[in-house]
Ligand binder design. Sequence first.
Ligand code: DX5
Ligand code: ZN
Length: 218
Amino acid sequence: PQPLVIAPSILSADFSRLGEEVEAIDAAGADWIHCDVMDGHFVPNISFGPDVIKAIRPRTKKVFDVHLMIAPVDPYLEAFAKAGADVITVHAEAGPHLDRSLQAIRNLGKKAGATICPATPENVLANVLDRLDLILVMSVNPGFGGQQFISSQLDKIRRIRAMIGERPIRLEVDGGVNVETAAQVAAAGADTVVAGAAVFKGGTQSAYATNIAAIRAA
Ligand code: DX5
Ligand code: ZN
């Protein structure tokens, strides 16, 4: 099997030193940098926007995996593309026009992702598979880091893996991923995992390296 891609979520970083934190997770072995954008409307929390992403973009060459928990989303896609996102993922629940959002992301020259909350059935993605580079399964209700993994999502991950078939679509899982749950989601068919609390615990680059290595070994 392909090696698991690990995408630490900077939502759990020390925001007062965000540039250094990005450099630390890069050096600690992060594959991608996961950026959680929250608007206080689609989700009950506010995080950061495109200017923050633009400011940290020069600190690493790694893939910027931008998870937009905002509604409406279409008016902001260009700003996130210009800020340096490589993958832009939108919520199927954020509006009635997922197909349009995915087309817009690819028209901006970026990889297009779609994500679904724990309660949303995967069939909302069945008619947009050709427009997708990535599917993100939320294994917590979006809005906060450090929540508990919702185990019912494991069956959904298996079903989405089957739905993807031979298509070149990454399958990423986000929320409550730690050493134990990483093994479960990888066994269910995920090839990419987001981890916030489990990577940033310890607060130093050497702790991050240990934490990332432990998830990888799982
Ligand atoms: C939740 C975010 C996640 C979250 C992951 O709304 O999309 O990326 O911060 O954090 P942990 O790994 O701590 O659940
Ligand atoms: Zn996320």
